[in-house]
Design a protein around this ligand. Structure first.
Ligand SMILES: Cc1cc2nc3c(=O)[nH]c(=O)nc-3n(C[C@H](O)[C@H](O)[C@H](O)COP(=O)(O)OP(=O)(O)OC[C@H]3O[C@@H](n4cnc5c(N)ncnc54)[C@H](O)[C@@H]3O)c2cc1C
Length: 815
């Protein structure tokens, strides 16, 4: 009978590769009072049967950094621990069977270069030289990453465990955690099959069990298992052991050499969710029944690409479960629901290649109390509470597995489990031709199809079918007036006699303003990084309304609640569902609104950045003069049940003013021309307001200071080594999305953080940071450069500016 300590600083639940990596890295950080509990044997869940592919290129720079680190770690792990890992740096080749796929691969190659990865673009013939069994029929090109590799997942996990043990970690097998203990919103320990263990932090690394384990503590861990299939052939004579990994995403297939045989796996478009009623308690080193009918179509495609499969004979048909998340990104970090409860789960078939990096940054997070850099893409705080709903997860999982190898089209929308969260105006917008996109389950009108055309995306890397419709919406806002449904905004009310002082510490800007003022501000961490970007409206002496984006609802509310000091008289409430929001934006918005209200809307009576309750139609609504599109305009906060009548009144009155319904793609184009930053893309917790050009929103000398001020003061003294700039392509036929490399005088200096076509400026626009390690990034240094942006491996000349390309003097906003 294993005996457990009564207390450990950190308890890790689960001994798969992820749990062992977290343990290893905690030990490396000097945190050795760690207990890892595994219900059966190490690797017995999903890890033991992984194919062992270790790629490095991910969708963003920081995730690529993590995957790159994993490769470096595995490369040296055997030397360090004495435990063989089977890691081999054989490289990988991704082939393209269409021009669009080749563009995707070339864009990926540009990105890889930008992130410091070695990458080569190959012709089909060159790909075949490196992969002799490849049929080049129908191939357009390929990309080769020489530093990618493969590893033995079981041995690598054992090596991590050995490294952790020698750093002082206790790993105990055959002990299951059965409950999470907490008190006053903080973790206090776990119950196990062998007694209680108190703990300061608990890490849920329970793989496909993690959703249930989280639920014990009221923590949402939205993941669902799906069946994942591969086969292993009989030995193929002459198969080189040095064969790179081969990926043919158009055939949904990957191929790897495996002791003289080929392992061939698939990411099929219609997956089979598994374990909906819960993962069986006794599941260990198990596999699921083979389903030959299910894999047959992909098998045929794989044989087309590698004809040797036709005669190779199959030794193993394998089917094993793996966890998938609603957006195909893993779940990492401290859970917003419970202090000290961390999660590392939902690895979407890349847990082996992610484990090294994920374990390292989670260990840093636990020891330092914050992530080491921007991890928003995988941060568990991006999830909405509803996303642990089982039916939602099961239906979404049918699609997410296949999306790994589907075309990663810009603006691509999920097709499964849609229509979950709808604005009360949804049906009206749908009737008006809206094509919806989804953010955390919320359906939002992205664009409106012209009468007689289908409100459906036709994807490409060029101008998609909605380009002209969205351009017309953009133009209406610039020249007349547009109406946006922005009900997905998150809205919080902060009430109490201490709210001005409490919010004053959190906000970098001065929010101790007269009632009726709206303040644009950032919330910073102690390092000066931007945790949130939002507006704060003073509703009363003792009440504020905080408005932020729907995508950051959970994160920002958690930050707000955790920032209220114990004993302060301040209560935060999430009132997002209580209000619909309409954005009435454009030079004629005031005239239109004036037909529906008695309120004096003149600039003298109702200036920019003020807010008041007005009569509108039959309702009373909060109107705030604020904009994210760079025009005169009003955000209208309408109690939900009044929203339809207010919307109808505005639309009925709109015709003489040229009112047009507009969607989020138009917002993106409009805000890009104004260089308005978007949190999550252009600004994050690793960027400071000074670097981001948001110094105008810092109230340096306000009484009581604010969180992050000292860090900003230090940065102000030392000067900035990176700065956000606006970028415009000199050619109008190429589109910017994100991560395209930026070159200055032939040297790589940054990448696009977000991009969109600017219809008034008339070209593709982007934002991006320019870095210079040698000296501060001054206005002169920026102006002296000759710039190019690399789009799909081709460099396009560009203009760069610290000012927005549209209305830099802000005349249109304040008129
Ligand atoms: C067929 C297949 C092929 C794959 N190929 C690749 C690949 O090539 N490359 C790649 O990067 N990834 C691959 N993956 C994905 C990879 O295997 C997983 O992402 C990874 O193994 C997940 O590791 P984990 O530690 O999160 O989960 P697991 O390995 O499942 O570990 C979780 C552990 O938690 C334990 N546990 C659960 N509940 C409790 C409890 N209450 N108390 C104590 N312990 C508990 C379980 O017993 C289990 O051992 C593949 C997956 C499959 C299915």
């Amino acid at each position: 009978m294993p005996s457990l300590p009564s207390h450990a600083r950190v308890v890790i639940i689960g001994g798969g590769i992820v749990g062992c990596s977290v343990a290893y890295h905690l030990a490396k950080r000097g945190c050795s009072d760690v207990l890892l509990l595994e219900r059966r044997r190490l690797t017995c869940g999903t890890t033991w049967h992984a194919a062992g592919l270790v790629g490095q290129l991910r969708a963003t720079q920081n995730l690529t950094r993590l995957a790159q680190y994993t490769t470096q770690l595995y490369e040296g792990l055997e030397r360090e621990t004495g435990q063989a890992t089977g890691f081999r740096q054989v490289g990988s080749i991704a082939v393209a069977a269409s021009e669009a796929r080749f563009e995707e691969l070339r864009r990926g190659a540009s990105m890889a270069r930008c992130f410091g990865l070695e990458v080569q673009i190959l012709s089909p013939g060159e790909a075949r030289e490196r992969w002799p069994l490849l049929s080049t029929q129908g191939l357009v090109g390929a990309v080769y990453l020489p530093k990618d590799g493969q590893t033995n997942p079981v041995d690598t996990t054992q090596a991590l465990a050995r490294g952790a043990r020698s750093g002082g970690v206790r790993i105990v097998e055959d002990v299951a955690v059965t409950a999470i203990r907490s008190a006053r919103g903080r973790i206090s320990g776990v119950a196990t099959t062998h007694g209680e263990v108190r703990a300061d932090a608990v890490v849920n690394c329970a793989g496909m069990w993690a959703r249930e384990v989280g639920a014990w503590a009221g923590v949402s861990v939205p993941l669902h298992a799906a069946e994942h299939f591969y086969i292993v052939t009989q030995p193929i004579p002459g198969l080189p052991a040095s064969l790179p990994i081969l990926r043919d995403a158009d055939a949904c297939s990957y191929f790897k050499e495996d002791t003289g045989k080929l392992l061939v796996g698939w990411f099929e478009p219609q997956a089979k969710p598994w374990g909906e009623a819960g993962i069986p308690e006794n599941f260990a080193f198990d596999q699921l029944p083979a389903d030959l009918g299910h894999i047959e179509p992909m098998f045929a495609q794989a044989m087309h690409r590698v004809p040797a499969l036709e005669s190779a004979g199959v030794q193993v048909f394998f089917n094993g479960p793996e966890s998938f998340t609603p957006d195909d990104r893993y779940l990492l970090g401290e859970a917003p629901e419970l202090h000290g409860m961390y999660v590392a789960a939902g690895f979407n078939s890349i847990g082996i290649q992610s484990a090294g990096g994920a374990g390292k940054v989670l260990a840093d997070w636990i020891v330092d109390g914050h992530p080491p850099f921007d991890l928003w893409d995988v941060d568990i705080r991006r999830c909405a509470p509803f996303q642990r709903n089982r039916r939602y997860l099961r239906e979404r999982t049918v699609e997410t597995l296949g999306l790994l190898y589907a075309m990663h089209w810009p603006f691509r929308q999920a097709e499964s489990a849609r229509g979950v969260r709808k604005s009360v105006l949804h049906d009206r917008l749908a009737a008006a031709g809206a094509c919806f996109g989804e953010v955390a389950g919320y359906e939002r009108a992205n664009w409106f199809a012209a009468a007689g055309t289908a409100a459906r995306y036709e994807y490409s890397y060029g101008r998609q079918n909605w380009f002209a419709a969205s351009a017309a919406e953009h133009q209406a806002v610039r020249e007349r007036v547009g109406l946006f449904d922005q009900s997905s905004f998150a809205k919080f009310v902060l009430k109490g006699s201490d709210v001005a002082a409490v919010l004053g510490r959190i906000c970098a800007n001065d929010v101790d303003v007269p009632v009726g003022r709206v303040v644009y501000t950032q919330w910073l961490n102690e390092r000066g990084g931007i945790e949130a970007d939002l507006t704060v409206t003073r509703e009363a002496e003792d009440a504020y309304l905080v408005v932020t984006s729907g995508a950051t609802q959970t994160r920002d509310f958690s930050w707000l609640c955790r920032s209220i000091p114990a004993g302060a008289h301040a209560l935060a409430l999430d009132v997002s569902s209580a209000y619909a929001v309409l954005g009435l934006m454009g030079p004629r918005s005031r005239d239109l609104l004036a037909t529906l209200t008695d309120t004096d809307l003149s600039t003298a009576a109702f200036p920019f950045a003020t807010s008041r309750i007005i009569d509108l139609g039959y309702a009373r609504v909060r109107a705030s003069r604020i904009t994210y599109v760079g025009e005169l305009g009003y955000e209208l906060y309408i109690p939900t049940e009044f929203a339809q009548s207010v919307y109808d009144a505005i639309v009925a009155a709109g015709h003489p003013f040229g009112l047009r319904l507009a969607g989020y793609h138009a917002i993106d184009s409009l805000r890009m021309e104004k260089a308005y930053r978007h949190w999550g893309h252009d600004i994050s917790d690793e960027d400071t307001p000074l670097e981001a050009g948001l110094g105008f929103a810092i109230a340096w000398d306000k009484p009581g200071g604010f969180v992050g001020r000292e860090a900003l003061e230090r940065q102000r003294e030392t000067g900035l080594r990176r700065r956000l700039v606006a970028i415009a392509l000199e050619r109008t036929d190429r589109l910017l999305f994100h991560n395209e490399p930026i070159w200055r005088n032939g040297a790589l200096v940054g990448r696009i953080s977000s991009g969109m076509f600017g219809h008034t400026v008339g070209t593709s626009l982007g934002l991006g940071y320019l870095s210079n390690d040698a000296a501060p990034v001054s206005g002169e240094w920026i102006a002296a450069g000759r710039y190019e942006v690399e789009v799909a491996a081709e460099r396009v000349a560009a203009r760069v500016s610290l000012e927005p390309f549209y209305d830099p003097a802000r005349k249109r906003v304040t008129q």
